[in-house]
Each structure stands twice: as structure tokens, then as C-alpha cells.
Design a protein around this ligand. Structure first.
Ligand SMILES: NC(=O)c1ccc[n+]([C@@H]2O[C@H](COP(=O)([O-])OP(=O)(O)OC[C@H]3O[C@@H](n4cnc5c(N)ncnc54)[C@H](O)[C@@H]3O)[C@@H](O)[C@H]2O)c1
Length: 724
């Protein structure tokens, strides 16, 4: 018996619930099956049972080889993430691996589905590996700011070489079984039934007299030189922008040149450091925030929703066309309705060219593209929506027009079915009242391009029913989008914070003396993929102007409020599409070039307002834009438009380019400390005037020495105990 493991007592009885790991003997093969749905997370129960099964196999005189296999579709997606925040109880994954490596008989891992993180590290400690042809293998820990800590950085370089290992760990992207075979990560790729192939593979090893082959005993890995490191970092420069975990990964992989016992100690220390890093805390926060955003107050988690096979979309413009492709990609049939034949023809062309470019980039096959195109049909007759399971309106942003369309939809679509509007500015409640069934109306705020963007804001009108919200959450899942539920107020969560906070401040800085390129560069350095003026030029300055026209019909804002952007629209400087905007663009080019005409316009608008322009440093630019964003985020929370601070973080990281590794604006505020945030807002209030009043919620959290995270936890606890 292996002495490394302290085994739990075996107290199983016939009436025990299904075991997470089972053990049986098939001739000379000791078969260990992991059965912990949905993804075979290696939690404590699984580790206990694995230790128990390994001990049984060791003690059995019949067993000549051990096979570890999954009872489900996936080998293992890795550790239970919740365990990262506490001390892991024995047996640890490392103890299990040591036990496997010391087994007197060979141990084989048969990999189906995914072997990720700790799941792959478990397989790396096995003596032989066999993967199903559809399997994917990877160490994606870097996406959570973590360095693999169960031998991944030591065993992988020994098996496949330091550079390929560094590439796999830094990219975080899983590789296919075929790639794994060519790199020497797996011994065989199996087709058909994996269990049968794996048993045959084991029997062959026994016949060949194969011995245990612990990865730790392989020669130390080759060393990494600086050019290899630069090549790997260069290949992932975009994803790694402003990130730090890759530096720790490099140090850990370099330690694979040491004797195994020393290397593993270095890895353990680095992995521990990564877990405590601000980057990892932020990335793990956003990981859980995205999973939590579909839990909505008043909507039962397992609420029923209709099957959605057939979707009707009214308005075949930019948004309607993108939304149609999103549903077609999800395998649903779509009818696109437009009253303009030319719009339908244009939409058809866009759909064809979008899929053609997908084929060109190797993202989809011709066959898949043909299937998806065939799922979308066009019509000018709105009455044909009666067979649809849901209808989505995406016509021009005009209240009267949208009311008419919604009322028509209401009369042809059976009363239980969801009617959604893709408005970006109008009141969902008012639109709902244009129908006889306002309970089934809500907003589905898609982003451009709708077929690829990750975020879906679900806007709840005053009358929208819980069932309607549940159906919308189901739609988000179907489309693989991250849903965030918003209240019905101007700009919802994201656009409100963008207009009243982030972009407003960016323009203010221009009037006070900064240049568009300075503001953009400072915020890109902070971590945004693109600065605010470049974003405006890309989307079109007219889009924002139209939104503000709608805003002024509902509310007012003190001057100056987007005076520059709206003037650019008036001048026809709409951005990239007209070759001029905040910047100028060469014919067909995308490079944003400074334009002296814009500088002169800014000077004029500033002097009209008596603003004396002077130089502003990058630090102030970033601080003011981010504090403004945080302050409006707090207002959105106190008004109940967003329910959780973590929802605001999801909106901004998945829809507006806020750097994920900073966790979103509200998490970032907590990182800075609420006291500091409040003090800096007051500093600008003294210097710049009343716009800079701290939000009531920020003052409350400051008084209570609390944080947005704490506020969320209190609300979650209150939600769990209704009536208290
Ligand atoms: N474009 C964006 O960036 C964006 C982002 C999010 C939401 N939205 C919102 O999505 C909606 C659509 O925007 P878009 O950019 O796709 O507009 P668009 O101008 O590209 O398309 C609107 C389409 O609606 C059609 N239409 C007009 N009246 C109709 C009617 N009575 N029946 C059927 N079809 C009719 C038009 O022919 C046109 O093809 C708007 O409410 C907009 O605010 C737009």
C-alpha cells in the first residue's frame, strides 16, 4: 500500500448515493472511473475516492495495469475553483499524483472531452495517455491569472519540451488530440468507443511487459532562451496586454530544468504567489460574476421557458441581420421581416459575406455556412410571425414606429410568447403599454456585431413578468452570451455609464487641454483595447448623437455634454466610415491620424465656454475617466438599475472593453479602496465643480468602511432569506 496517502475509511453501503469514483477489475485491468457531473471537477470527494481506488488496485494481486477513465463526456475540467480560496484538504492533487507515479504497475489516463487544468495535470502524472480524437487538452489557468500548481509547469516541459509547454500555458488555449499526439503529450489517439480502445491499449501494454513510466523521472527539460520567450509572448501580445501572470509562468517553466523535486517546489511557491495576485483576484471575480449574473431576484433559477425553435426578427438592418445570424449559429430558424425589399436584399448580402469571411478565416466550413444561411429566410409580411416562438423588433429608433410594430406583433403572436425590442434608448415600459400584453415585453439589448458580441443586456420593463425574464435568460444561454438584467432607465447600465461617466469625462479632458490621441493612448495603456475617441470613430459619431437626441426628449444634461462629438456629426465627420471624425483616416485605412482641424475645433468650443486649456498628465486622464465611470456605476446601483455591483463589472468587461484583469469598474474601485475613491472624487469636486459629487452609495460605503463586494454579499444574503 502506498504510504503517501491517508485513506478515508470505506463505509459504503448499498443505499449510498452514486459514487464520484468507482473501481472495478476487468481481468488484469484495474478500472477507475471518475463520475462527477457535469465536468468531473477534482473536488475533495473525487480526490478521496481516487486515493481509495488507487489503494485498492495496489492491493489487488490480479491487477497488472490501472486505467483512469471518465464516466461522463469529459475527462476532467480541473480543480473546483471554489477551493482556490481556501487551504486544500488532503489528499491534495499533488499527493494523488505522487501516489500514481509510485504505483508498482503502469497507470493509463484515457481522455475524452476536456482535460483542462488540474484534469490535464492528473493525466500528466499518469504513465501513459490515450486521447479520444475529439478530446481537447490544455492548461487554461492563465485566463484566471493563475500559474498551474499541480506539476503542470514541470511535467509538461519534460514531456513536450520547454518552448511548446510555455506556448500552451501562456496561450491557455486547449489543443486537439492530434496536436497532443504530434507534440508527444499523448501516446495514442483513439477513434470510436474510448473505453474499448483504452482497455485494448492497456492489454497490449501488459502483453509488451511495459513498465511504469513516471513523468517526474524523465530527463529535466531543455532551457528556454530569451528569443523563444519573446516569440511566445509576441504571439499573444494582444491577450497579454497589461497582464503579469505570463512572467510568473516563464519563471515556473524555467524551473523545469532543475531536478524534479526542486522544480516542483519552485512551481508551488510561484503558483501560490499567482493565486494571491491582484490580477488573479480580479479575473476570478469576473469569472464568478459572469456565472452569477443569470441569478435574478424574483426569477426562479429553474423557471420553465418555452423551447425556441423559430424566431421572428422585424427590421433587417445592422442589428436585425446580426441577431438573425446569432440565432442561426445557435441552430434556430429565423424569419427576417422588413417592409423594404432593398433592406432585405442588403441583409442577405451581408449574411453571405459574413459567413464567407468566416470560411476564409478557417472558422467554419462551407457546409456549416450553407446550413446557417439556409436557416434564415426573409419576408415583407409581418403576419408570418404567428408561428414564431419569440419575436424581436429591431426597426429604426423611433417611439411611434416601434409602438406600431410591437402592437402588430402583439396581435399576431399568441399571447404567451416573448416580444422583445432591441431599442437602445426608449422606455421598455412605455413600449410594453403599446401592446395588450405588457407582461411579455422586454428589452434585449444586443451589441454590435450582434452575432459575435458577448454581452446581452436584458431590460426589464415595469410590467415584464418573471417568466418573460426567464425566457430572455434562456435566449442568452442559447446564444452563448452573458446576460445582465437591467432596470428600465435611459441608457440601461452600460450606455448610461458610458455617456454620463466615461465618455463625458474624456470629452471634458479634450476641452481642458488634452488631445484625442493623448486621451486614447492613456486609456489604452490602462488596459482598454481602444480609447474612447477611437471607439466613437469606429462605431460612428452619428450613432451617439442620435442616442443623445433621444435622451434630450426625456432628460437634460448640463453643458458641456458631448458638444464636440455632436459638432463632428453635424460636420459630417462621422468617423472611419467618412474618413474623418475625431481623427482623419487615409483612403480605406484604419489608422487614426491626428487632425489639426479637430484641434482647432476643440480650441474654439473651449474658448466659447471660457475654458482655459492647459496640459494634463496621463495619470489625471485615466483617474478622471475611471472615477467618473465608477461614480455613475454607483448611481446606477443606488437607483436599482443594476442589481449587483458584479453585474456592472460584467457589463463593462464583456461589452465595453474594460480590462478584465482589473475585474470591472466596481471591483477596481474596491481595489483602490472606497475611502480613496471618495476622497479623489471630492478632490475633483473642489477643483472642477458639482459634476464631481460622490454618489450616495459611495458615501454610504465609505461611512460603513465597506466595499461594493461587501454590498453585493449583503444583498445576496438578504435574497436568500426573503422576508427578513
Ligand atoms: N446600430 C447600433 O449600434 C445599435 C446597437 C444596439 C441597438 N441598436 C438599436 O437597434 C435598432 C435597429 O438599429 P439598426 O442600427 O439595425 O438600424 P438600421 O437602420 O440599420 O435598420 C432598421 C431596419 O428597420 C427597417 N424597418 C423600418 N420600419 C419598419 C417596419 N415598419 N417594418 C419592418 N421593418 C422596418 C428598415 O427598413 C431597416 O432595414 C434601433 O432601435 C437601434 O437603436 C442599434
Amino acid at each position: 500500500m502506498n504510504t503517501l496517502l491517508t485513506l478515508p475509511e470505506n463505509k459504503s453501503t448499498v443505499s449510498d448515493p452514486p459514487k464520484a469514483v468507482t473501481y472495478e477489475e476487468l481481468g488484469s485491468v484495474g478500472l477507475i472511473r471518475i463520475d462527477n457531473p457535469p465536468v468531473n471537477a477534482l473536488n475533495q470527494e473525487v480526490r478521496n475516492r481516487l486515493a481509495e481506488a488507487l489503494a485498492q488496485a495496489t492491493n489487488s494481486p490480479r491487477v497488472k495495469i490501472v486505467l483512469i477513465i471518465s464516466g461522463g463526456k469529459t475527462f476532467s475540467a480541473g480543480a473546483d475553483l471554489k477551493e482556490f480560496d481556501r487551504e486544500m484538504t488532503d489528499p491534495s492533487l499533488q499527493q494523488l499524483q505522487a501516489a500514481i507515479e509510485m504505483m508498482p504497475v503502469p497507470v493509463v489516463a484515457a481522455i475524452c472531452g476536456l482535460a483542462l487544468g488540474g484534469g490535464l495535470e492528473l493525466a500528466l502524472a499518469c504513465h501513459y495517455r490515450l486521447a479520444h480524437e475529439d478530446a481537447r487538452l490544455g492548461l487554461p489557468e492563465i485566463t484566471l491569472g493563475i500559474v498551474p500548481g499541480a506539476g503542470g509547469t514541470q511535467r509538461l516541459p519534460r514531456l513536450i519540451g520547454s518552448r511548446p509547454a510555455l506556448e500552451m500555458i501562456v496561450s491557455g488555449t486547449p489543443i486537439t488530440a492530434a496536436e497532443a499526439k504530434s507534440k508527444g503529450l499523448v501516446d495514442e489517439v483513439a477513434e470510436g468507443d474510448l473505453r474499448d480502445s483504452a482497455i485494448k491499449f492497456c492489454e497490449q501494454l501488459v502483453r509488451d511487459g511495459s513498465k511504469p513510466r513516471p513523468t517526474r523521472d524523465l530527463a529535466a527539460a531543455d532551457s528556454l532562451d530569451e528569443s523563444m520567450i519573446a516569440a511566445v509572448l509576441g504571439a499573444h501580445a494582444r491577450a497579454l496586454k497589461s497582464r503579469t501572470t505570463q512572467r510568473l509562468v516563464i519563471d515556473a517553466v524555467k524551473a523545469a530544468t532543475l531536478p524534479f523535486a526542486q522544480g516542483i517546489e519552485v512551481e508551488a511557491a510561484i503558483a501560490k504567489k499567482s493565486l494571491a495576485s491582484p490580477e488573479s483576484l480580479a479575473l476570478r471575480h469576473i469569472f464568478f460574476a459572469e456565472r452569477g449574473s443569470s441569478k435574478v431576484e424574483g426569477v426562479p433559477e429553474h423557471a420553465t421557458h418555452p423551447d425556441i425553435g423559430q424566431v421572428a426578427i422585424v427590421g433587417a438592418g445592422t442589428m436585425g441581420t446580426g441577431i438573425a445570424m446569432a440565432f442561426a449559429d445557435a441552430g434556430r430558424s429565423v424569419t427576417l421581416i422588413d417592409n423594404d425589399e432593398t433592406a432585405l436584399a442588403r441583409s442577405k448580402d451581408i449574411i453571405r459575406s459574413t459567413y464567407a469571411s468566416g470560411i476564409k478565416r478557417g472558422r467554419i466550413s462551407q457546409e456549416t455556412a450553407d446550413e446557417r444561411i439556409a436557416r434564415i429566410s426573409g419576408s415583407t409580411d409581418l403576419s408570418c410571425v404567428s408561428a414564431a416562438d419569440i419575436a424581436i423588433e429591431a426597426v429604426f429608433e423611433d417611439m411611434d414606429l416601434k409602438k406600431r410594430v410591437l402592437s402588430q406583433l402583439d396581435s399576431v403572436l399568441p399571447p404567451q410568447r416573448l416580444i422583445a425590442t432591441n431599442t437602445s434608448t426608449l422606455s421598455i415600459t412605455e413600449l410594453g403599454h403599446a401592446t395588450a400584453h405588457p407582461r411579455r415585453v422586454l428589452g434585449l439589448h444586443f451589441f454590435v456585431p450582434a452575432q459575435a458580441s458577448k454581452l446581452l443586456e436584458i431590460v426589464r420593463g415595469k410590467e415584464s413578468s418573471p417568466d418573460t425574464v426567464a425566457t430572455a435568460l434562456h435566449v442568452a444561454k442559447l446564444l452563448r452570451k452573458v446576460p445582465v438584467v437591467s432596470g428600465d432607465a435611459f441608457g440601461f447600465i452600460g450606455n448610461r455609464m458610458m455617456l454620463d461617466g466615461y465618455f463625458r469625462e474624456a470629452e471634458q479632458l479634450l476641452l481642458e487641454g488634452a488631445s484625442p490621441q493623448q486621451v486614447d493612448a492613456a486609456l489604452e495603456q490602462f488596459g482598454f483595447a481602444m480609447g474612447p475617441q477611437r471607439v466613437s470613430d469606429l462605431g460612428g459619431n452619428d450613432v451617439g448623437t442620435k442616442v443623445r437626441i433621444q435622451l434630450y426628449q426625456r432628460e437634460s444634461r448640463p453643458d458641456p455634454y458631448f458638444v464636440l462629438a455632436d459638432r463632428l456629426t453635424e460636420l459630417g465627420r462621422l468617423g472611419q466610415k467618412t474618413g474623418r471624425g475625431f481623427y482623419r483616416y487615409e483612403q480605406g485605412g484604419r489608422d487614426a491620424l491626428p487632425d489639426p482641424d479637430v484641434d482647432r475645433l476643440i480650441e474654439k468650443l473651449a474658448s466659447q465656454r471660457g475654458i482655459v486649456r492647459s496640459s494634463i498628465d496621463d495619470k489625471e486622464i485615466v483617474e478622471r475617466c475611471i472615477l467618473a465611470l465608477i461614480n455613475v456605476g454607483a448611481v446606477v446601483l443606488e437607483e436599482g438599475i443594476a442589481f449587483r455591483a458584479s453585474d456592472v463589472d460584467v457589463v463593462w468587461t464583456s461589452g465595453y472593453g474594460f480590462p478584465r484583469h482589473l475585474g470591472g469598474p466596481m471591483f477596481y474601485a474596491d481595489t483602490l479602496g472606497i475611502g480613496h475613491v471618495a476622497a479623489r472624487i471630492r478632490h475633483y469636486q473642489r477643483r472642477l465643480g458639482p459634476y464631481w459629487r460622490p454618489a450616495g452609495l459611495i458615501e454610504k460605503l465609505e461611512r460603513e468602511n465597506s466595499s461594493f463586494g461587501q454590498w453585493d454579499r449583503q444583498r445576496k444574503a438578504a435574497m436568500a432569506k426573503p422576508g427578513e
